[in-house]
Design a protein around this ligand. Structure first.
Ligand SMILES: NC(=O)c1ccc[n+]([C@@H]2O[C@H](COP(=O)([O-])OP(=O)(O)OC[C@H]3O[C@@H](n4cnc5c(N)ncnc54)[C@H](OP(=O)(O)O)[C@@H]3O)[C@@H](O)[C@H]2O)c1
Length: 384
């Protein structure tokens, strides 16, 4: 297979996706070279990554921590640092595995500097999907999804035309609270939610999985990545997380992608696309081991965030950015046990009702809305 050595930078290299990306890179030293890495504050781990992967530069978002990192390569700080790494040198692909809407500007900057983007950061397309898709088209660069569901759809579409697609179905594990009653949801804590049944993931996304907001994000991302109307994007509950998504074509033939839930598989596909590399360290699926694969409709009454995301996506404009910003703050406070699980959708609805729709926001307007909604949601929580 002819894959040349690709220079890569990873934004958020110390997180769940970042470390798993480095795990894939570690297996293929002849194919990938790490140029830039970033973290928020975990400089201990970043230092180890610098020693192992020998990047040319790093960025630490937290400025104090950046000053504490003593290494013999340039250390940049804050948003400026993230943008420096996102746009640096001859990098072929920037992997964006930041968490939150902080990921929007670095994605845009990478595209403007003609980098391909391997995107794990869901909040980028949820917050600024239209702007990012236009930038990709204008600069003729590619976006490859690092998400099991969107990677599944991409794999199912190989050799087919998008215009032949009838609908796509995104599968959903259901998160930690899938079997809880509406009453039980009132008293569950962050510690309960952090026991995700099938995936080993970062804290924020674990809560997003439990509320089904994560699935709502994926619906909005699929709308942008695959240019499909919301009416052609379904969600089905599939607690075993073996089928990662399905594509139904006009002749009602359905193609699904399966695999053991391990993010290194979609990460590797994003890096090698459209090729594949042999990696014996990735787990193999043995279907005979699986007692059952089950499916059912999502319960939108117990988990209103999924319905909210469809609503926000269909309304478009600034609506998904408002939803995302309120969600980020609500999840932050839920993780600190300062609000209840059921407060998360309540706080989001409140912001969605409060903020008038801006139909075609530009990037500055999106970033302003993000800031304003975050501040206001925080104020509401602290005053209640
Ligand atoms: N985890 C998964 O399986 C998975 C699957 C699909 C998609 N995603 C998406 O991928 C993204 C990353 O998820 P994750 O689970 O890997 O998150 P995570 O484990 O929390 O890692 C987040 C990374 O971003 C850095 N970071 C956090 N806040 C930052 C800030 N304000 N400025 C700069 N850097 C910051 C963190 O640095 P520190 O370590 O220094 O805090 C860390 O490197 C999310 O959008 C998530 O929805 C995740």
């Amino acid at each position: 297979m002819n894959i040349r050595t690709k220079p890569l930078s990873i934004l958020g290299s110390t997180g769940s996706i970042g470390t798993q990306t480095l795990d894939v890179v570690r297996k293929f030293p002849e194919h990938y070279k790490i140029v830039g890495l970033t973290c928020n504050s975990n400089i201990e781990l970043l230092k180890k990554q610098i020693e192992e992967f020998k990047p040319e530069l790093v960025a630490v978002f937290d400025e104090e921590k950046a000053d504490q990192l003593k290494v013999d390569i340039p250390v940049y700080k804050g948003m400026e640092g993230l943008l420096k790494v996102a746009s640096f040198g001859e990098v072929h692909t920037v992997i964006n595995s930041l968490v939150g809407s902080i990921g929007v500007l670095p994605t845009v900057k990478a595209i403007e500097n003609l980098k391909n983007v391997a995107l794990a950061n869901k909040e980028t397309l949820v917050t600024a999907g239209e702007i990012v898709m236009k930038k990709l088209k204008f600069h003729k660069t590619n976006l490859l999804p690092i998400d099991s569901e969107h990677s599944a759809i991409l794999q199912c579409l190989q050799g087919s035309k998008l215009e032949d697609v009838n609908k796509i179905t995104i599968t959903c594990s259901g998160g930690a609270f899938k079997n809880k009653t509406k009453e039980e949801l009132q008293s569950l804590t962050a510690a309960d939610a952090l026991k995700h049944p099938t995936w080993n993931i970062g804290k924020k996304i674990t809560i997003d999985c439990a509320t089904l907001m994560n699935k709502g994000f994926e619906v909005i991302e699929a709308h942008w990545i695959y240019n499909l109307p919301y009416s052609k994007i379904d969600v089905v509950m599939h607690p075993q997380s073996i089928i990662h998504s399905l594509v139904e074509f006009h002749d009602h033939s359905v193609i699904a992608q399966l695999g053991i839930p391990d993010m290194r598989i979609p990460i590797q596909y994003a890096l090698t696309y459209p090729n594949r590399l042999k990696n014996e360290s990735l787990p193999k699926l043995n279907l005979a081991d699986k007692k059952e694969l089950t499916f059912k409709e999502p319960d939108l009454e117990r988990f209103p965030c999924l319905a909210m995301a469809y609503d926000a996506g269909i309304k478009g404009g600034s609506s998904p950015a408002v939803m995302n910003a309120a969600n980020e703050i609500a999840v932050k406070y839920f993780l600190q046990d300062k609000i209840k699980f059921t407060d998360i959708p309540r706080l989001i609805i409140e912001q969605m009702e409060k903020n008038p729709l801006i139909k075609n926001p530009d990037l500055d307007q999106i970033l302003d809305i993000d800031k304003k909604v975050k501040e206001d949601t925080e104020k509401t929580i602290l005053n209640q």
